[in-house]
Design a binder for this molecule. Structure first.
Ligand code: CAA
Length: 381
């Protein structure tokens, strides 16, 4: 078996059913809207509801792609997040039970800012290379919360990516990448803090510096970047100099992120889904460059080769419908929902309020009791 035979068999994305318009948020914050709409390229942002957390979002995304047979073959579940709900117990343990995975499946939570999903994808590919009869499930699930009136408020968002990794890579084959790791204090969230400490300018500088260190010129058809905000993609593409891809191709990869906002670990894979959804030509057989950046910091450049059945295997129709059908919140509702989230994450006991439960939810956070979470499956068939 060659390295090319391993990769993403199925791919999906979940985001909650509520969003805020960036224009409205800018007006409410006395900010010129064009700074956030043109300067950062953002249009909307998904907002987390009282019934949802990193586990429920991961469940929704994973449920889209897993058959009963897939579940019996999964020998590794990697849950990438920088929005952990527990310093000891992996969020994946809850997900493992909810998805009814095998007791012999190994479960780990993986953390390195926005890079953990890429590290997990590469480790999952290695796992399948040495266990070709098994599959791995990689999920990224994050809620980007910087706090009201912070510089990062406009770069918030939430969502979850699920990737089934196997030796039937119907979406794309994954190549091993080039990694660069260095200690940078650009963004970190110590255990005592509800929100990250961020030096935004340093983070952009570090992102571009690591991109230049790992990128290898290699006749690519397309490029997807980690995009906490859309114009970060333009800065990154420009940094590639003569190797940059045409602006129109980059635009396709930006569309979903402009509407969802920053989802940390999943952002790079949301760019890929966006490219698949919006490209006006077939991507089958095309080489995609991928750049993953996680503050702190790690950068990785790697390549994907898109395979024949990519459109059906990446659930872009469902994902697009999910994003386009969200209900727009008023500014007051936006503040109410983030306030509920921030209070809940530090709460020992919590029961969600009855409002904002979307009819399409298939799982809900039922309660937090002594810091332990329980979940309720809805329409479980
Ligand atoms: N009209 C049009 N454009 C305008 C404008 C106006 N009226 N006013 C300002 N702008 C432009 C600016 O020129 C700037 O563009 P350039 O960078 O191309 O010059 C852009 O709008 C943003 O302006 P500022 O730099 O002044 O904005 P800011 O100080 O509010 O900071 C930010 C922006 C650094 C992204 C901040 O939101 C932040 O700290 N976000 C969180 C950190 C982050 O996302 N970092 C990205 C790299 S790190 C990473 O990728 C990991 C991760 O996910 C967090």
């Amino acid at each position: 078996m060659t390295k090319q035979d391993v990769g993403v068999e199925k791919l999906s994305f979940y985001t909650p059913s509520y969003s805020i318009d960036i224009h409205e948020l800018a007006i409410a914050r006395n900010m010129p809207p064009e700074k956030w709409e043109k300067g950062l390229g953002q249009q909307q942002m998904s907002v987390i509801t009282p019934h949802e957390d990193i586990v429920t979002m991961a469940y929704e995304a994973a449920l889209d792609i897993l058959t009963v047979e897939d579940r019996s073959h999964i020998g590794l579940l990697l849950f990438a997040t920088e929005t952990g709900i527990d310093f000891s117990k992996a969020a994946g343990i809850y997900l493992h039970e909810l998805l009814k995975l095998s007791p012999s499946c190994r479960v780990l939570e993986v953390k390195q800012a926005c890079y953990a999903a890429t590290g997990s994808l590469q480790l999952a590919c290695d796992f399948v290379r040495s266990n070709p009869d098994k599959k791995a499930l990689v999920v990224s699930s994050d809620i980007a919360w910087y706090g009201f009136k912070s510089a990062g408020e406009v770069t918030q968002g939430c969502g979850s990516i699920a990737m089934l990794v196997s030796n039937q890579p119907n979406v794309c084959s994954v190549e091993q990448g080039q990694v660069y790791t260095e200690n940078v204090p650009d963004f970190y969230r110590p255990s005592f803090s509800e929100v990250p400490f961020v030096d935004g300018k340093m983070s952009i500088k570090s992102y571009l510096s690591l991109l230049k260190k790992v990128f290898k010129p290699s006749s690519l058809d397309y490029f997807c970047f980690h995009m906490p905000f859309a114009t970060m993609g333009d800065k990154a593409n420009k940094a590639l100099g003569d190797e940059q891809i045409p602006a129109e191709r980059l635009e396709w990869s930006k569309e979903f992120g402009k509407l969802v906002g920053n989802i940390y670990n999943g952002s790079l894979y949301l760019s890929l889904l966006s490219l698949i959804a919006y490209a006006d030509t077939s991507l089958a057989g095309k080489q995609i460059g991928m750049f993953s950046y996680g503050s702190g910091a790690i950068g990785e450049f790697f390549k994907l080769q898109i395979n024949k059945n990519y459109k059906q295997a990446a659930l872009v129709g469902l994902v697009q419908e999910r994003i386009l059908n969200r209900r727009a919140l008023s500014f007051n509702e936006y503040e109410e929902l983030w306030t509920i989230f921030s209070e809940r994450e530090g709460a020992v006991q919590y029961s969600p309020v009855a409002s904002y439960q979307s009819p399409s939810l298939r799982i809900a956070l039922e309660k937090v009791e002594n810091g332990h979470r329980s979940y309720r499956l809805i329409n479980d068939d």
